[in-house]
Design a protein around this ligand. Structure first.
Ligand SMILES: [Zn+2]
Length: 522
C-alpha cells in the first residue's frame, strides 16, 4: 500500500479491507478525510459512513445505495466535542440561545450543565423543558450542590442539622434517579462555600450509589490550591467515586509554577487506583463574579439585602475592606481584573479595574464596594501563566471544557471561551503552536470527556455509535474571539452531525435542534 498522504500529522492508512467485507447501507459517507477516532491514535486516512442517527462504517468503507458523498480530502473527521463544563443551564432552555450556536460552530455536540454547584435541582423538570422546546446540542446534567443546599438551608454559614442533611441527600438521590450524571460543587460560591468536607462526602456517597462521579470547582485555586486538590481527592476516596477537578489552574502570581506539584499529587492518587481527572479551558484568564473573586465568603451570607446592609455598616465595612485587600494580592491589586458585564456602567465593560479606578478618581477598594452596592459585576481575571496552562494541557487526563455558556452577540464583554475554547485548543495550541499532539488535543475534546462521563456510544468513531461527528478544516479552524471582541464565532467547522443530523452543512449553520437530553442510566 502506498503511503503518500497529505495530512498534517503522522498519518497512516487503514489496513486493506478483505475483498469480502460486506458493504453497508448509508445515508452519508465522508470520503478520504483524516480520521481521529477519539482514542489518541494518530490520524488515518479513511471514510466515515452514517445511516440515520448512527455511524455505520469507519475506515475503508464500501457502501450500498445512493448515499450523499462528502469529499473529505484535506479535512479532519473526529467525534463531536463534549464540553464537560458549561454554565448553559438557563441559556440552553431559552429561546434565543437554545440552538447553542456559539458551541455548535466549534464542533460541540454535547454540553454538560449543573457545574460549579449551580443549576436546576429538579432534574426531571429541567429535562422536560429541554425536550419540549428542543436543544441545539445534547445535554448532560449534574446535581448542583449549591442549589441543593440553598433549597434546604438557605444561604447560611453553618453545617446542616441531621434532618437537613437527610433532605439534601434525598434531593441528590432524586436528581441522580432522574438522570443526572454526577454531583457538582462550587466551593468558592454561596452557599456551598459554607459546607465542610464531611457534608460533601455524605452527598457524594449518594452519587456513588448511582455510579456517578464527583465534579468540583475546588475550594481554592490560588495559594490554597494544593489543599483544595487534597480535599477533592479525599472526598473521592471516602465517598468511593471518581473525582473530576473542574477548570484546573494555578491562579495568582504566588501560585504560578505550581502546576507540576498539582499534577504530581493527582498522578499519585491515580497510581494508587483512584480515578482523578480534570478539565481546562485553554486561556490564561478565568471569569466569574467580582464578589466570588474578591469578597471573602464570610461576608456573603444571607440575602442580597443583608449583604448590602453589611457593606453599609461602618464596622463591618472596615472588615470587608481588609478582606478585599487580601484578595487583591493575587489580583495584582485589581489590575488583573477586567469588567465583563456591569449594567449600571456599560462603558466599564472590557476595561481593567485599575483603569476604571483612575478614570473615576477612586481608590480600588471603594470602586469594588461601589460595584457591589450596585448589584455586582462579572469579571475576567488574567490570573494564570502560560507555562502552567500548557503543562496542565499536556496531561492525558485533562479534558477540554469551556466554563462558558450559550450566548448571542451583545454589548457585554465576556470571556472569549464561550466562542473560542475548542477552536483555540485545536487550532491554536495543537495545530499552530504544536504545544501538544493533535491526536491528544482532539481526544481531550471527545474520547476523554466521554470516558470521564461514562456516556455510552459517544465520544468515539465506531460503527454502532451515535453519529456525533465533526468535520473541520485544519487550515482555518481557529478561535477569533478575543478579550476585547469576544462575540466572534469560530470558523473552520465544515460539517457537523448531531445524532446523524447535519447541524452544519458546507460551513453553514443550519439552526437545527438536533440535540437530545442524555439521561444517566443508574
Ligand atoms: Zn467554576
Amino acid at each position: 500500500m502506498s503511503a503518500s498522504c497529505l495530512c498534517l500529522s503522522l498519518c497512516i492508512l487503514w489496513p486493506a479491507v478483505p475483498g469480502d467485507e460486506p458493504a453497508v447501507a448509508a445515508d452519508v459517507v465522508i470520503r478520504g478525510a483524516t480520521i481521529y477516532d477519539g482514542s489518541a491514535q494518530p490520524g488515518r486516512k479513511g471514510d466515515v459512513a452514517i445511516k440515520g442517527e448512527r455511524i455505520v462504517g469507519v475506515g475503508n468503507v464500501a457502501v450500498t445505495g445512493q448515499p450523499r458523498i462528502i469529499d473529505g480530502s484535506g479535512l479532519i473527521v473526529t467525534p463531536g466535542f463534549i464540553d464537560l463544563h458549561t454554565h448553559s443551564d438557563e441559556p440552553i432552555a431559552a429561546s434565543g440561545t437554545r440552538n447553542n450556536k456559539n458551541y455548535v460552530v466549534q464542533g460541540v455536540t454535547t454540553v454538560v450543565t449543573g457545574n460549579c454547584g449551580g443549576g436546576p435541582v429538579d432534574v426531571a423538570a429541567f429535562f422536560k423543558k429541554l425536550e419540549q422546546n428542543g436543544i441545539g446540542s445534547n445535554v448532560i446534567h449534574q446535581v448542583p450542590h449549591n442549589d441543593v443546599r440553598k433549597k434546604v438551608m438557605g444561604n447560611v454559614n453553618r453545617p446542616p442539622t441531621a434532618a437537613e442533611l437527610v433532605k439534601m441527600e434525598e434531593l441528590v438521590d432524586k436528581g441522580m434517579r432522574d438522570g443526572a450524571w454526577s454531583l457538582s460543587t462550587g466551593l468558592i460560591y454561596n452557599p456551598g462555600t459554607y459546607a465542610r468536607t464531611d457534608e460533601i462526602v455524605a452527598l457524594a456517597k449518594i452519587a456513588a450509589k448511582h455510579k456517578g462521579f464527583y465534579a468540583s470547582h475546588i475550594r481554592n485555586e490560588e495559594t490554597g490550591l494544593l489543599a483544595a486538590i487534597d480535599e477533592a481527592i479525599t472526598i473521592g476516596k471516602e465517598a468511593g467515586l471518581p473525582v473530576h477537578i473542574s477548570h484546573i489552574k494555578a491562579n495568582g502570581q504566588r501560585t504560578w509554577g505550581k502546576s507540576g506539584e498539582v499534577i504530581g499529587v493527582i498522578e499519585r492518587a491515580r497510581s494508587q487506583g483512584q480515578v482523578v481527572t480534570a478539565d481546562q479551558y485553554p486561556y490564561i484568564a478565568s471569569s466569574t463574579s467580582l464578589a466570588a473573586t474578591v469578597i471573602p465568603s464570610l461576608f456573603r451570607e444571607g440575602s442580597p439585602k443583608e449583604y448590602k446592609a453589611r457593606l453599609a455598616d461602618p464596622e463591618q465595612r472596615a472588615r470587608v475592606r481588609k478582606g478585599i485587600e487580601q484578595e487583591l494580592i493575587d489580583r495584582e491589586g485589581g489590575h488583573s481584573l477586567q469588567i465583563a458585564q456591569f449594567a449600571p456602567e456599560p462603558s466599564w465593560q472590557g476595561k481593567r479595574l485599575d483603569v476604571i479606578a483612575k478614570e473615576n478618581g477612586k481608590e480600588m477598594i471603594d470602586l469594588i464596594l461601589d460595584i457591589e452596592e450596585k448589584g455586582g459585576a462579572a469579571t475576567v481575571n488574567f490570573g494564570m501563566n502560560e507555562e502552567d496552562v500548557r503543562h496542565f494541557m499536556r496531561q492525558p487526563w485533562v479534558a477540554t471544557a469551556s466554563d462558558g455558556g450559550a450566548k448571542i452577540p451583545n454589548s457585554s464583554v465576556p470571556h472569549p471561551r464561550s466562542y473560542g475554547c475548542f477552536a483555540r485548543k485545536i487550532g491554536y495550541y495543537a495545530l499552530a503552536e504544536k504545544a501538544l499532539p493533535l491526536e491528544l488535543a482532539l481526544r481531550s475534546c471527545n474520547g476523554l470527556p466521554a470516558d470521564i462521563l461514562h456516556v455510552p456510544e459517544r465520544g468515539y468513531l465506531k460503527p454502532g455509535y451515535f453519529a456525533d461527528v465533526v468535520v473541520f478544516d485544519p487550515q482555518t479552524f481557529r478561535d477569533t474571539a478575543t478579550y476585547d471582541k469576544p462575540h466572534q464565532y469560530s470558523p473552520g467547522v465544515v460539517y457537523l452531525f448531531i445524532n446523524g443530523q447535519l447541524a452544519i452543512d458546507k460551513g453553514e449553520f443550519k439552526n437545527k435542534l438536533a440535540g437530545k437530553v442524555l439521561r444517566h442510566a443508574e
